[in-house]
Design a protein around this ligand. Structure first.
Ligand code: AHR
Length: 638
């Protein structure tokens, strides 16, 4: 039995002893927490906290990916050309339709056709786009746009591009694009706002003032992005992610990797290169993905936030049950995964590394983990064992240092890492917070690749944050074996038409964003993580009280996380041994009066971490943890 397990057993034994006292006696007596600072029992994984992401709830399109035009490639359904509407001012007369025989590329072989029978300067006509439930405009801000167009004669243009306020009809910014030719070509424009109030109640118009026919496709508009990346991400959401100190990004899914059917999988080669060469594809979450957030954009997102990529490769199983048999049928998918890894890691002298360089990123990315599929325990055909083994042998032969993650139990080879998922209520996490305490330390490492307390909507409430925090104490205590963990889903556009799953960690609309109590719990846990777990014992605490302690002895610091999921305070006598405490500790508290309390887009700061200090005298503390509270106590060592 290793030292850590021996200590757990001892702790449990001691924990059981006071069970003979009555609840009233227990409430009156402080619990005893003893921490042996000079006695580390296990290491803490430096990659413990990371992000899991996929296209769900408009996470990218209408979310992190800053594109403002919805349906920029004019896809139509039974309702018409979604998100696009005809503009006919004054005496103008026109109609719009989808033209299936002409488009700017083989990936986008269709277009919007605008037939103008009557228009002039006082009666312009064209199309408008309503954005992702609005278009966020801020004062004195420059927006960069592009579109592909052609016309039947050079007289139809110029095309006037305008940002218009929905309520007043006022033009907020405008630009004229002239010289539209009779062959497909890309045009650029810039729109600059003045002293406007920040608002999302705006739309984009493209109009002309002469009769004739105009074809359009890939109409795009971007605000300033994080690190000013072209085709980049929303700064507010990136900053919220940066505050989580994520060590990794698991992408591209989730179900989004698999697709409903094999043809709908995340086919990475169709997500790279110029946008005009990306056809887009259906996400399993009932909407089309533009694939503007493609493989390279995921990697650049990692680069921007100093995260390592955890690359999930399609492994021959899709959600509706289609699968590819191991053997020759699977070879093309294995080959595609090898090429994908080369695109990520290869030098510019390799075929796919050269493609990445041509796409604008000559420097290879560091890659340690590759995940083979997603939730393959749903595959009732029993093919995962063989599929995993085939990927495993091919990838290890070429990339022996890569760590390969399995998504379901496998017998024929030993996976390096197993991905496990938990979507539960808070009570279950309270009962299961010791889940990994007895996990075999000689087995594969564990990646808790998706987990969440499912309470609250659209984002988790404080009760969920308590469940999450209780669960995280167990992840931290066992992070010698649990090497990575990521909450899911990460994002939700809170417009009801945008959401497929609830709850989600971070909510937003076109203009605003906010963190849920669970988000703040994650920020607190990930920002206060030591390198080792010291020996500790808790005796006599309530059943819904949880803790984790980690330390960084080089930095002379101990982080104590306390989770009181009871409505009543918990009194603690804390004893430190093996080191002496400095006279002041820092306390970060996330607390609420009720489990149903939460943050919303209109009240984003109802529950946020509050900082305070704690006077420390000697190495023992008598300390009250408030009811319904998550706290981090940061002790400095003398
Ligand atoms: O996170 C939402 C979904 O839950 C993921 O796409 C899937 O992997 C899991 O079933």
């Amino acid at each position: 039995m290793n030292r850590r397990l021996a200590f757990c057993v001892l702790a449990e034994t001691l924990f059981l002893l006071p069970a003979t006292i009555t609840p009233a006696q227990q409430a009156a007596r402080p619990a005893e927490l003893t921490i042996q600072v000079d006695h580390p029992v296990s290491s803490v994984s430096p990659t413990l906290y990371g992000l899991m992401t996929e296209e769900i709830n408009h996470s990218y399109d209408g979310g992190l990916y800053a594109e403002m035009v919805q349906n920029r490639t004019f896809r139509a359904d039974w309702s018409g050309i979604r998100d696009w509407f005809l503009v006919e001012r004054g005496q103008a007369d026109a109609k719009m339709d989808i033209e299936t025989t002409t488009g700017p590329s083989t990936s986008l072989p269709h277009s919007l056709r605008l037939d103008v029978t009557q228009a002039d300067a006082g009666s312009p006509t064209g199309v408008l786009n309503s954005g992702y439930w609005g278009m966020a405009l801020r004062p004195n801000t420059t927006y960069q746009g592009t579109f592909y167009a052609k016309e039947d004669s050079p007289q139809v243009g110029p095309v006037t591009v305008s940002l218009v306020a929905n309520q007043s009809g006022e033009t907020i910014a405008s630009a004229a694009v002239s010289g539209i030719g009779t062959a497909w070509q890309q045009y650029h424009f810039t729109l600059k706002t003045g002293e406007v109030e920040p608002s999302a109640a705006n739309h984009l118009e493209l109009t002309v003032a002469h009769p004739g026919t105009l074809w359009l496709n890939l109409v795009s508009l971007f605000p300033p992005t994080y690190h000013n990346r072209p085709n980049g991400n929303r700064p507010d959401l990136m900053e919220m992610l940066a505050a989580m100190h994520p060590a990794f990004l698991r992408f591209p899914g989730g179900n989004y990797l698999e697709g409903d059917n094999i043809r709908d999988r995340f086919d990475w080669k169709k997500t790279i290169g110029p946008l005009v060469d990306r056809p887009g594809h259906p996400s399993p979450w009932d909407y089309m993905s533009t694939d503007g957030m493609g493989l390279l954009e995921f990697l650049e997102w990692c680069e921007d936030l100093h995260m390592q990529p955890v690359l999930a490769v399609y492994a021959g199983y899709s959600l509706n049950g289609e699968h590819v048999n191991p053997g020759p049928d699977l070879d093309p998918y294995v080959q595609s995964a090898l090429e994908e890894i080369e695109y990520v890691t290869g030098g510019a002298d390799t075929e796919w590394g050269a493609k990445r360089a041509a796409d604008g990123h000559p420097k290879p990315f560091q890659l340690t983990y590759v995940e083979i599929g997603n939730e393959d325990f749903f595959d009732r055909s029993g093919s995962y064992d063989g599929r995993y083994a085939q990927f495993y042998h091919a990838i290890k032969a070429k990339y022996p240092d890569l760590q390969l993650i399995a998504t379901a139990p496998v017998k024929s080879v030993r996976p390096d890492v197993i991905d496990e998922h938990y979507y539960v209520r808070a009570t279950e996490f309270f009962h299961d917070a010791r889940h990994y305490d007895k996990t075999d330390r000689n087995g594969p490492k564990i990646f808790v690749g998706e987990w969440a307390t499912r309470e609250g909507t659209p984002t988790p409430n404080f009760g969920a944050a308590l469940g999450d925090a209780a669960w995280m104490t167990g992840l931290e205590r066992n992070s010698d074996i649990v090497i990575m963990a990521s909450y899911a889903p990460l994002f939700v556009n809170i417009n009801p038409l945008a959401m497929q799953w609830t709850p989600d960690l971070i909510g937003y609309d076109a203009l605003h964003s906010y963190g849920s109590p669970s988000y703040y719990a994650q920020v607190m846990f990930a920002s206060h993580l030591g390198k080792e777990t010291p020996a500790s014992i808790l005796e006599g605490a309530g059943a819904r009280f949880f803790y984790s302690v980690t330390e960084d002895r080089a930095a002379k610091r101990v982080y104590l996380k306390l989770v009181n999921a009871s409505s009543e305070p918990q009194t603690l006598d804390i004893h430190f041994s093996g080191a002496h405490l400095a006279a002041q500790a820092r306390v970060t508290t996330l607390a609420a009066h009720d489990t149903q309390a939460t943050n919303t887009i209109d009240h984003p700061d109802a529950i946020v971490p509050v900082e305070s200090t704690l006077a420390v005298s000697g190495d023992n503390l008598h300390y009250d943890v408030p009811g319904y509270a998550i706290q981090v106590l940061q002790f400095e060592l003398r």
